[in-house]
Design a protein around this ligand. Structure first.
Ligand SMILES: Cc1cc2nc3c(=O)[nH]c(=O)nc-3n(C[C@H](O)[C@H](O)[C@H](O)COP(=O)(O)OP(=O)(O)OC[C@H]3O[C@@H](n4cnc5c(N)ncnc54)[C@H](O)[C@@H]3O)c2cc1C
Length: 825
């Protein structure tokens, strides 16, 4: 027997134990047994003895705390404290404000899939469903998006009243205060449906139900504030807005220069302690129509009227609109989506302390309050908006591609168009799964800091890609604005969702991995907390326990990454059915890889990692697509594993895996310490990069689903406003699809007769007459072709206008200075 055998046996047992995450004593016992067995079976005694000595050399110091703690842990603790990324107060707040859900499993390198799959399937209550079928459907039927966006630049007064009286602004407010008390899932579905016809109306409904006065009062309000404001917010007597952003504080919101000074002042005729506020805010949604303004500012108490701290910190207040000194009313114009949005200013505006949210108890805690509530709203409003838009774009573009013919064929038959349709289909599937997953996380009581950032970023980015592809498939029909155009406004509005609630570049490059790496990692936060302990002995004990857990974890992930890479993740335990099992295995692989790369990056770059935004962004992409793919698999399970959805799932899954590999390969090729990048490459891609973009065959299947009425298409259309009303051109185009398909054989027969000059008339009506007369088509088929022509015309028509209809009425108002063209008009 070769002298190498005991060493190979030692290495294999170590790898086996690491793969299964066995504890150190178990590995040592196993390795010792195997070495004895090797020796008994004839391996070289000397080699066996050297291997055993090696085993002892590793095991003894690690197993004996008296040796390990002073000689290994203590120096490592010193090193760790030096490289520990310095956490700013803002980051600490962000980390402490979120909970960890299934994303923690994805960071574990060995996800426990039953934790995902055993989550109950999200369901609406009968009351919530009735709201969607009743008031939401009625609202959608009344929306004329062109009138809103072009003619009035606002919702009609009756629609404002409808929204208020049906408590659309109080979806998240509990019933005891007169709100609807809806689940996050219902909230998601309402926004999804409205946004499928109008993003102006959906943002108007979304904002009061997102981060703002309502939610802040529910969590931190005094009982007087709750009793007064919540019922008034629920029924729309009060319209809220929340003002954080200003000209000098955008993404870096904690740097707001707006301030309040604690002082005595007059309120309702009495002299009281209060705050004098000076602020300059912009981009504030609903501000022009708001009756109550939530305001974030920095509070100072120079005279020590409420305590002995001068710079108290960020604080939140509620300002009634008519408070003297408050100036609102003018409007911004966000990319032709005229939802109410504008600046708010104030100089030396006095309010009593009772107007601070939460009263005196919460002064200085404003940032924490905002961050604690942020994840909930961010998990719903924008992901749901993207989901409604993408679902609608998918069904209507599929129908349009079938109806619109060029070169004698439906444009959807051309491979180039199919590629765009496949991207639309796959991404609409992915977006809707992700948006629903984050809403479900909120309903489980999570504060999904990391998933909400993932959903906000990826739903809005994919939403932008979907609408862009949909525009291309529609050609000129998508370009010409007017009542018949159901895409143009959505296309214009997509950059808005990219920018708001944390602009996307920063969300990707700073937040997703930055927060995820610490919050979701099984050991890092524990180590950081241990290293910060006051008591020296306790610090060493705690750090020792977590550090060696972490080291074992890191070794295991390296072994698992290599093993999965070598086997292309083809073997191993995984849930799912015959179709999806391989998908779970792939996710197991990249989960281990993510954990390995994250650990290596944190260890070697320490505090510098947060400035390496390209690396952080790429690792964030890996985490995001792992989460997204898990959400899609959960959706597939929740739907009862429908075979019809498989092409959509497969397309979106392969796209995610391809993006994961692209992100990893870019991260490793550009790793700041090159040799480490090469080593990681060997562990992660032992056979090189293998993942491919979804195949053309798969793309063809996904595209065909959008162009044919079927269960999978119906599931994609579920929850969007497809009722074919006069104000819903997209719903009408969608409704034509079955009849267009039925008319297909008749049309083919008719076109053949035309092509062979069997029908010679030039006018369409005369051609039909001749066709019937000559027996090429029956009278019934003639009616079918006439209907087909009408449907096609409705689908492909665009609008035209008199010149004055395109001018902005505001510019020609009498009171404006009469200069140049304005005067002429
Ligand atoms: C239509 C609209 C509605 C809004 N509604 C409200 C509202 O109701 N209330 C409210 O308070 N605010 C609101 N906002 C503000 C919105 O949340 C901010 O616009 C947003 O936070 C970005 O600030 P900014 O536009 O000043 O961009 P900037 O902060 O100037 O950022 C510009 C770019 O730089 C990137 N960037 C900045 N820092 C980093 C970094 N460290 N790393 C990587 N990239 C970075 C950003 O991602 C962005 O791409 C709204 C904005 C808009 C446009």
């Amino acid at each position: 027997m070769s002298v190498a055998v005991p060493f190979i046996a030692l290495l294999l047992t170590a790898a086996f134990a690491a793969y299964h995450r066995w504890r150190l004593p178990v590995w040592v016992a196993l390795a010792a047994t195997v070495l004895v067995a090797c020796w008994l079976l004839g391996a070289s005694a000397a080699a066996s003895a050297v291997a055993a000595a090696l085993l002892l050399l590793v095991a003894v110091p690690l197993l004996l705390p008296q040796v390990r703690k002073p000689y290994i842990t203590a120096p490592l603790l010193k090193f760790y404290t030096r490289i520990l990324p310095p956490l700013s107060a803002t980051e600490r707040t962000a980390l402490e404000s979120g909970t960890v859900g299934f994303e923690g499993e994805l960071f574990s390198g060995r996800p426990q899939w039953d934790k995902l799959l055993s989550q109950p399937r999200p369901e609406l209550t009968a009351e919530e469903q009735a709201f969607l079928d009743g008031p939401v459907e009625a609202l959608c039927r009344s929306i004329d998006d062109w009138e809103i966006t072009h003619v009035h630049a606002d919702l009609p007064p009756a629609m404002w009243e409808f929204l208020k009286s049906n408590r659309f602004f109080g979806m998240i407010i509990p019933k005891q205060y007169g709100g609807l008390g809806f689940s996050a899932l219902a909230h998601h579905k309402v926004i999804e449906k409205i946004s499928s016809i109008s993003t102006v109306v959906s943002s108007t409904v979304g904002v009061p139900n997102s981060l703002g006065p309502g939610e802040l009062l529910m969590h931190y309000g005094t009982s007087e504030q709750k009793d007064y404001y919540l019922p008034r917010l629920a029924d729309g007597r009060e319209v809220p807005c929340f003002a954080l952003t200003g000209p000098f504080a955008g993404s870096d919101a904690t740097s707001i220069p707006d301030y309040g000074i604690v002082c005595m002042g007059q309120w309702n005729g009495a002299s009281v302690v209060g705050v004098k506020l000076t602020f300059d805010k912009r981009y504030i949604t609903l501000a022009p129509v708001a009756t109550v303004i939530g305001l974030a500012f920095r509070l100072y108490d120079p005279e020590g009227l409420i305590g002995d701290v001068r710079d108290v910190g960020i604080t939140l207040a509620l300002l009634p609109r008519d408070t003297p000194g408050v100036e609102v009313g003018r409007r911004h114009f966000p990319l032709n989506s005229p939802f109410q949005n504008g600046p708010v200013e104030g100089r030396e505006v006095f309010v009593p302390l009772s107007q601070l949210i939460g009263g005196e108890d919460y002064v200085g805690q404003g940032w924490q309050m905002l961050v604690e509530c942020l994840s909930v709203g961010r998990a719903i409003t924008l992901p749901s908006t993207a989901s409604g838009g993408a679902r609608m774009a998918a069904v209507v573009t599929g129908a349009y591609a079938r109806i619109r013919k060029q070169f004698g064929l439906s444009i959807g038959r051309f491979e180039g168009v199919q590629e765009a349709l496949a991207r639309i289909a796959g991404k609409a599937y992915a977006i809707s799964a992700l948006a629903q997953a984050t809403a479900a996380a909120v309903d489980r009581g999570e504060k999904p800091a990391v998933p909400s950032a993932i959903a906000k970023y990826h739903c809005t980015e994919m939403g932008r890609e979907v609408v862009s592809d949909a525009m291309d498939v529609h050609g000129g029909k998508g370009i010409i604005l007017g009542p018949r155009n159901y895409l143009g406004r959505a296309w214009q509005a997509t950059p808005i969702s990219i920018t708001v609630e944390g602009a996307n570049i920063m969300t990707r490059s700073l937040m997703i991995f930055g927060q995820g790496a610490i919050l979701c990692h099984p050991w890092v936060l524990k180590e950081m907390k241990a290293a910060a302990l006051e008591d020296g002995a306790q610090r060493l004990d705690e750090f020792d326990r977590n550090l060696f857990g972490h080291i074992g974890f890191a070794i295991s992930n390296a072994v698992r990454s290599l093993w999965f890479g070598l086997t292309a993740a083809r073997i191993g335990k995984a849930p799912g059915d015959a179709y999806t099992r391989r998908y779970y295995r792939k996710l197991n692989r990249y989960s281990a890889v993510l954990a390995l790369c994250a650990d290596t990056s944190m260890l070697l770059l320490g505090g510098k990692l947060k400035f390496k935004e390209s690396l952080s962004g790429r690792l964030g992409d890996v985490l995001s697509h792992l989460y997204l793919a898990s959400a899609m698999l959960k959706r597939y399970e929740d739907e009862g594993r429908p075979a019809g959805d498989q092409p959509l799932l497969a397309w979106a899954f392969h796209d995610s895996i391809n993006r994961i590999e692209t992100a990893l390969s870019n991260a490793l090729r550009n790793f700041p310490i090159r040799p480490v990048g090469w080593l990681l490459w060997l562990l992660v891609f032992p056979w090189g990069r293998r993942a491919q973009a979804p195949s053309d065959r798969l793309g063809h299947k996904a595209a065909s689903l959008l162009m044919t009425p079927c269960d999978a298409r119906a599931r994609l259309a579920r929850g969007v406003f497809t009722t074919p009303t006069a104000n819903n051109p997209a719903g009408r185009v969608d409704s034509y699809l079955p009849r267009v398909i039925l008319a297909d054989p008749v049309e083919r027969k008719f076109l053949k007769a035309l092509k062979h000059s069997d029908i010679e008339a030039l006018d369409f009506g005369q051609q039909l007459d001749e066709g019937v007369r000559e027996g090429w088509i029956s009278a019934g088929e003639r009616a079918q072709l006439e209907e087909l022509r009408e449907m096609t015309l409705d689908a492909i028509s665009v609008d035209d206008f008199a010149g004055w209809e395109l001018r902005s009425a505001g510019y020609y108002r009498d009171e404006l200075p009469a200069t140049g063209e304005r005067a002429a008009a």
